[in-house]
Ligand binder design. Structure first.
Ligand SMILES: [Zn+2]
Length: 169
């Protein structure tokens, strides 16, 4: 990938404020994507979820957790990562943002790297579902497999989950 672009990405973390909190970190990554998107507009088309993550209203989500060690590791992983292509970098950013914002669901996916997260389907009145971030299998909130595919979804927030899932969030 373009060395200049990678350099500019790594520069995000020169600003200590970027890793002061989950919210600051999330915003710093999104700002970088938005500021530079004209440099990778074609690649971004393959990352619809990343685009969605840069557009959601953060006030609807709880990013108040501040595990500074976790953020430091996050930062190191991003800086030390090797990105062959811009696509690789965008995928990494997308996954890190998802990891910060998507609430873990209390079910086990069949796959080896089970990583179930609550999502909502905005086309169905924000119906709450669970998607495995590793294998993309979809489940309902009781952990029953669903065979449909949703093109566009958002991470669920606490408000949407309240009363709609069995375990207390
Ligand atoms: Zn899975």
């Amino acid at each position: 990938m373009h060395a200049k672009l990678l350099k500019s990405f790594k520069r995000i973390f020169n600003n200590e404020k970027a890793i002061e909190s989950y919210r600051d970190f999330y915003i710093a990554l999104c700002d970088w994507v938005i500021t530079n998107e004209n440099l990778f507009i074609n690649e971004l088309n393959n990352h619809k979820r990343l685009r969605m993550l840069t557009q959601i209203d953060l006030d609807e989500y709880d990013l108040s957790k501040n595990d500074l060690e976790y953020l430091q590791n996050f930062k190191n992983r991003l800086i030390e990562g090797t990105y062959k292509t811009t696509d690789d970098l965008l995928e990494t950013i997308e996954n890190e943002l998802w990891d910060l914002i998507a609430i873990e669901a209390d079910i086990d996916c069949d796959c080896i790297d089970s990583d179930p997260r609550y999502i909502v389907d905005p086309d169905r009145d924000n119906e709450v579902l669970i998607e495995c971030n590793y294998c993309r299998q979809l489940y309902d909130t009781h952990g029953v497999k669903q065979n449909r595919i949703i093109d566009y979804y958002k991470p669920a927030n606490n408000k949407w989950l309240k009363g709609r899932v069995k375990s207390e969030i």
